[in-house]
Write a protein that binds this ligand. Sequence first.
Ligand SMILES: *[C@@H]1O[C@H](CO)[C@@H](O)[C@H](O)[C@H]1NC(C)=O
Ligand SMILES: *[C@@H]1O[C@H](CO)[C@@H](O)[C@H](O)[C@H]1NC(C)=O
Ligand SMILES: *[C@@H]1O[C@H](CO)[C@@H](O)[C@H](O)[C@H]1NC(C)=O
Ligand SMILES: *[C@@H]1O[C@H](CO)[C@@H](O)[C@H](O)[C@H]1NC(C)=O
Length: 431
Amino acid sequence: MKLLVHILCLCLALALAWAHHLGNGGHRSAAHDRCEGLEMDAVAVNEEGIPYFFNGDHLFKGFHGKAELSNESFSELDDHHHLGHVDAAFRMHYEDSPSDHDHMFFFLDHKVFSYYQHKLEDGYPKNISEVFPGIPDHLDAAVECPKPECDEDSVIFFKKDNIYHYNVKTKAVDEKEFSSMPKCTSAFRFMEHYYCFHGHLFSKFDPKTGEVHGRYPKEARDYFMRCSNFSAESDHVERERCSRVHLDAITSDNAGNMYAFRGHHFLRKDEGNDTLKADTIENAFKELHSEVDAVFSYENHLYMIKDDQIFVYKVGEPHTHLDGYPKPLKEELGIEGPIDTAFVCESHHVAHIIKGQNIYEVDLKASPRSVINEHQISLFKKVDAAMCNSGGVKVIVGNHFYHFDSPILLVAGKALPEQHKVSLWLFGCDH
Ligand SMILES: *[C@@H]1O[C@H](CO)[C@@H](O)[C@H](O)[C@H]1NC(C)=O
Ligand SMILES: *[C@@H]1O[C@H](CO)[C@@H](O)[C@H](O)[C@H]1NC(C)=O
Ligand SMILES: *[C@@H]1O[C@H](CO)[C@@H](O)[C@H](O)[C@H]1NC(C)=O
Ligand SMILES: *[C@@H]1O[C@H](CO)[C@@H](O)[C@H](O)[C@H]1NC(C)=O
């Protein structure tokens, strides 16, 4: 009997080692492709507001890109537990306590870890019961809920059917029932909205009552991931309007038609028609294929920049790619790629090109074209996309855009103007 147990153990160990090998070896990318519809164990934004999605012992930072091992960023998660996954995570919002505010908290089994800028705080990990008395071990999900979204600065913990509102100041625990909400495997606060992820689906909920309004659940991939291929049921227009993934580029052509690019897709809104249309870049701009860095429109042509190359399309039905393109960006505009964004204002002949915190002006009438002016932008570290029309300049960073009456005011700006949601104000998505 003893021998049998030994053999069994050995077999199990070998099987585990083999599974482990597969998990981290050649099959790693296949096993950790978030576009396959992975279920996330935990989700939280970091100190800069970048979402971190945890799946098994892997971590996805931001809305696209490959998985990395969680222990590369948070090495201590391994030391005490070799569980290989995080149960729950959130970013603390508690302004009265600088030693906790904005820290990332991770829950593993009965332990809690507090990190600030990827560094574990002294004394951690601690037992959950020490730091959050009244909150059970082996959590399913957790999410911060600051005032006034919750009545007090709170954390909402989820375990099975139980929901705990934990008051971070008084440490009072209020147990509630969120009867209409599915069981969350992870929960996430993003742009003041609350999301419960269950499997590869998510539902938006009211953090006070747990009510789910609107048509949920929805596909997590469609809103929180950037994939080249979406599920067959995905509504491309709805997804692209409402996605929380940043845009790659945006422009409006001389007729006032707007184009907004993200990954393999783009949205188009024609002048005088509020109906948005979605298409793939592959279909309308075949030579470009996908994932553009910047697009500007000039004299009825779309200038589309990807890495260090520029593609030029004459606007029409269909758009036609000009002979001789793509060309090196350096040859066409006198600037090295890659760039972040570019725009031309109405009938002007100057392209404004943003690269990091530098903005360059290129005279489009000159031959050869070259940079004629260079400025620094102090308001933004990195701009995702920008466009200019008769209304002024719209600068898009993440999920928000900022309006400036002119490029000069963007350069001169010292205080951020009011921020607007891209999904709502540009595409009319109200959820
Ligand atoms: C991280 O985890 C992997 C597999 O889970 C392991 O092989 C590696 O040694 C760990 N690295 C550190 C720095 O702990
Ligand atoms: C933490 O929890 C473990 C297991 O429940 C227990 O043995 C240990 O004494 C606790 N540590 C503290 C500091 O409370
Ligand atoms: C995209 O996904 C669909 C199913 O959702 C599949 O039929 C199709 O082959 C996929 N296309 C590519 C290019 O992967
Ligand atoms: C707006 O565009 C939609 C979709 O292409 C089309 O069906 C509709 O007729 C257009 N409306 C107007 C007023 O042109």
